[in-house]
Design a protein around this ligand. Structure first.
Ligand code: ADE
Length: 252
């Protein structure tokens, strides 16, 4: 999969993209990144990429010309792949959108800065707009990295265990069950006995119950969209009897 990243700050991407699993994915030629500094397409003497907003008000707005020129130069006119603007006004990024985007061989990501980009970029250049949450960052660079990371780990061959993305929190609409590793007792806190029993059917049942309980405790909104068996529903209806003050197991 190939990513074209349009930004005023290409240098912030490299340390992350050159680490750990994402570097390995590049070494395996599963993914390629091409960073494009929008400033290169600002043709005036000072390479200006922003200007004051029409109508007044504070802040600066990214000018349309260098953005159109950069994207069309690299991806054609109209662009031959999805071009995603990272903006707090976009659709809220989810695991489902990460799966959806992981199906494309080629994607453009446009990181905005300042107060935002000229509206004509949104209307006539990009094909999609994504927000990573209801808060405002100083630019779209971190959101672009978040989106990239979530997509890349879904590509076949990137993670050691090909089934891992199917077990993640959110993969099946639930939060994931708790994980433990050695030592079996740490500061007097023991790993649940069942995980050391070697009984795989019982472990799977325990994990399903823990995932349901955790989702019920922390993100009950997710239960509405999750695929639940009759047994799951029965388990959840028993949980509903638990008093609110017993819901949080921190320190227990
Ligand atoms: N740019 C600034 N804040 C953002 C957010 N929450 N999501 C995507 N892009 C952004």
């Amino acid at each position: 999969m190939r990513f074209e990243i349009f930004t005023l700050f290409p240098e912030v991407f490299s340390p992350y993209l050159e680490s750990s699993i994402i570097q390995k994915a590049q070494d395996l030629e599963l993914v390629e990144f091409h960073l494009h500094n929008i400033r290169k397409w600002a043709i005036d003497k000072h390479h200006i990429t922003d200007d004051e907003p029409y109508g007044g008000g504070g802040g600066m707005v990214m000018k349309p010309e260098p953005i159109f020129a950069a994207v069309e130069d690299i991806l054609g006119s109209p662009p031959d792949c999805p071009v995603i603007l990272l903006t707090p006004q976009g659709r809220l990024f989810t695991q489902e959108i990460a799966w959806e985007l992981s199906q494309y061989p080629h994607i453009g990501l446009l990181a905005g800065r300042y107060e935002g980009v000229d509206e004509r970029v949104r209307k006539h250049l990009v094909s999609d707009e994504i927000s990573i949450g209801d808060y405002v960052l100083t630019g779209g660079e971190l959101p672009a990295l978040v989106v990239l990371d979530a997509i890349i780990r879904l590509l076949p061959g990137v993670l050691g265990d090909p089934m891992a993305p199917l077990k993640d929190s959110h993969a099946n609409g639930l939060l994931e069950y708790p994980h433990y590793t050695r030592p079996s007792t740490f500061r007097g806190w023991s790993v649940p006995e069942i995980l050391r029993s070697g009984n795989h059917a019982e472990i799977a049942r325990w994990r399903r119950a823990q995932a349901l309980k955790r989702t019920w405790q922390r993100r009950p909104d997710l239960l509405k969209g999750a695929e639940l068996s009759a047994e799951d529903k029965e388990f959840l209806s028993n949980l509903d009897e638990i008093k609110d003050e017993d819901k949080d197991d921190r320190g227990a």
